[in-house]
Design a protein around this ligand. Sequence first.
Ligand SMILES: Cc1ncc(COP(=O)(O)O)c(C=O)c1O
Length: 383
Amino acid sequence: MFQEKKTLFIPGPTPVAPGLLRATSRPVINHRGPEFHELFQRVRSSLGKLFHTQGKVFILTGSGTSAMEAAVANTISPGDKVLVLVGGAFGERWAKLTEAFGAQVERLAYPWGTAVCPDRVREALAKDESIKAVFATQNESSTGVANDIEAIAKARGDHPALLVVDAVSSFGAMELDMDGWGVDVAATASQKCLMMPPGLALVAFGQRAWQAASDAKAPRFYLDLRQYDAFADIGETPFTPNVHLCFALEEAVGMLEREGQQAARDRHLLMRNMVRAGLAALGLELLVKDEKAASPTVTAVLGGDLDIPRFRRIAEDEFGCVLSGGQGQLKTTTFRIGHMGYMLPVDMVGLLAVIELALVRAGKSVEFGQGVKAAQQVLLEEV
Ligand SMILES: Cc1ncc(COP(=O)(O)O)c(C=O)c1O
């Protein structure tokens, strides 16, 4: 079997748009020279529009977790109380990270596969004026749940806590109106909906959060955003940036601008609807039952009696489609499908055909075409 072509249907890294890959093969330039200065300023100002903030956007060399760590290190002091919304592996990551920085962490746990209820956030905050920050996950990639960040921000009301959001697997595919909603910090990464290779992280600080950055006492050096801010004035980063990924980032932002933010969101919703309809038609059980909470970028499927590792191996080795396993407490009971970034809705038709084939090869009785047909019907209603 030809093993050279594999398509990633995993929740990141995602397929890289060819134009962005080409950008990564340009000759390197001086990261302290005028060409980089101009590129850096252009990209930062475009990113401000994507985050919808008048605040500061920082470009870091690292994965999404480095942006999350920068968010924590620059807002928290040891001993601060924080409220962490935990309904999956990435909510748990916020909890571990804030604990590592010495925060007193209160976990607001909600069942994996459901969205957090904003009223519970309101109640938890009402009990404690001293909570410094709420840490939330916009798109919980381990469960395929999209949380309503606008509603969480509203639930905070007049409470002074900062709202810090992991937008790693949603940025570019879900709305995030930082200033309009009152989100103080948002973190994301290059290898998801931005269609880029892994390696860049972005973190945006609104005005209130920037004030907190100068008050925060957490020890930090590489991720001390005050240094990044000082260098940003001259179009540089304090440490050598990944110049090639900055080239690609400019192209990625251009692609999103040309498509339009709303159109990109609609495309992801359509892909989600096609995948959910196709899987349901095949009799597979979706983890997220509530349509409103279903992520536009990743869908988790309960395997039931399916031998998930074998099914995934067949999908990949025999049909060239890479699917993801489960994560955390869902590791052995679910598989996940990423439908994010450089993908078209019509790609979901091929994906469902592969899922049908792999199910049959893994020993399930499936009527060919049922999943494909359901997805096609959803697509036809939209075109
Ligand atoms: C929601 C979410 N948060 C955080 C991360 C961590 O990102 P990284 O692996 O780039 O550090 C991921 C990665 O899958 C994610 O999906």
